[in-house]
Design a protein around this ligand. Structure first.
Ligand code: CUA
Length: 174
């Protein structure tokens, strides 16, 4: 019994030595193969990079054309737009006027009167129609043309203190 165990152990050790020997001998061959493999996959990598770069530029172009944020330096005059002045306060909105017409562009001029707020317009199903920041010292311009008449909700989108959740008002589109 002991001699059988001894023999099995010896065979196993021999196998391990053989595996090590095989790996060591063959690793030199593999090293010799590396340059061609490296060269091939560097080629693939640069093609992949070019592909991702092109894809990124294409997706950016398609998804920002037309650019979703209006030119902030431009004036949006009363004769082309319905101009709505929005003031955000802790914790209420001033919206003048609070009624606009559907089908005609609206220019919202939005500012924060104390801290940062978020001006968000929601339709009757509470889907977000559009939004911009209401920041003290800035007037952010946001353009939108309403397709559907109805009562739209204005909610604050940025935490601005205790009664942030209560900053709700309504905009009527007729
Ligand atoms: Cu104003 Cu949150």
């Amino acid at each position: 019994m002991v001699s059988t165990v001894y023999a099995v152990t010896l065979v196993c050790m021999g196998l391990i030595v053989a595996v090590f020997y095989f790996v060591i001998v063959n690793s030199k061959k593999v090293e010799a193969d590396y340059p061609s493999i490296t060269k091939k996959w560097y080629g693939v990598r640069s093609k992949w990079f070019l592909f991702l770069l092109t894809l990124g530029i294409a997706v950016s172009f398609v998804s920002t054309n037309p650019f979703p944020i209006p030119d902030q330096k431009k004036d949006y005059p009363e004769n082309d737009h319905q101009v709505v002045k929005v003031g955000a306060y802790q914790w209420y909105w001033t919206i003048a006027p609070n009624t606009v017409d559907a089908g005609k562009p609206v220019a919202f001029l939005v500012t924060g009167e104390d801290v940062n707020h978020g001006f968000g317009i929601y339709d009757e199903n509470l889907n977000l129609v559009g939004q911009t920041q209401a920041m003290p010292g800035y007037t952010n311009k946001f353009l939108h043309t309403f397709d559907k008449p109805g009562k739209y909700k204005i909610l604050c989108l940025e935490y601005c203190g205790l009664a942030h959740h209560a900053m709700i008002t309504e905009l009527t589109v007729k």
